[in-house]
Design a protein around this ligand. Sequence first.
Ligand code: ADP
Length: 260
Amino acid sequence: LEYSSRLEAQSAELSRTARKLQEANEKLTQISAQKDSFLSQVSHELRTPMTSIRAFSEILRDADTLNPEEKRRYANIIHDEALRLTRLLNDLLDLSVLESGQVSLNMRHGTLGDLLDHAVSAALAGYERPLRVVRNRADETLHLYSDLDRLSQVFINLIANAQKYCDATAPELTISVHLSGGVLVVDFIDNGSGIPVRAQELVFEKFARVSVEKAGGAGLGLAICREIMMRLGGDVTYLQGAGGGAFRVTLPVAREMAAQ
Ligand code: ADP
């Protein structure tokens, strides 16, 4: 009897191991499929600017009937596409460092208001018609101890997106701040058309874009924002029902700072 119950236990153990192996195998297949799809998306994103750089440099090289205005226009396209490639490669590199978890945080002291000032000017520099930013500085006196460069990178990204996707006739962004149970909450709400419910979580994935016609980025910005906020112990989410495009950044703050 003892022998048969031992056999039973062994056979149960064996089938448990078999199940675990099968699960591991499925996971590996899934990871490999994700890697393939990532590589094909990256190749696609690289190919688009490369194609136009090649085409326009060939025209410049081969066509001898171009007037100076045409030459300048084509050179500008090449320049812009090269910039786009650089941005894309930088974003990919940044994302891979963040995802690997090997990013070291550079913790510094600062005030939220200063950080937002910096982010607003950095995000809107170079725009002929920068959007109107509505803020309440009295709420922004909170002292922070965090990786301020990374936090600023998230803010810049969200403000730059608001500039891209807000209402074109009266572009406006409201940044509002409050503390909730030791967590700093910063909301970025623009007056654009926002993101449809089905895509609100999707936009945080790599290469996700809702409105392709508003070309520009490769859809990596929000994925980077999410990785950064996770590393900082917080999060960034879509704020449903706020009207336009609306993103919420949350960051736990030290108790003595939250008490200010
Ligand atoms: P992109 O470089 O395409 O802007 P992001 O990751 O920053 O990439 O954003 C992903 C997508 O989310 C964008 O392509 C856009 O469709 C949508 N999106 C981001 N911010 C906003 C916003 N403020 N309003 C409306 N849609 C937005």
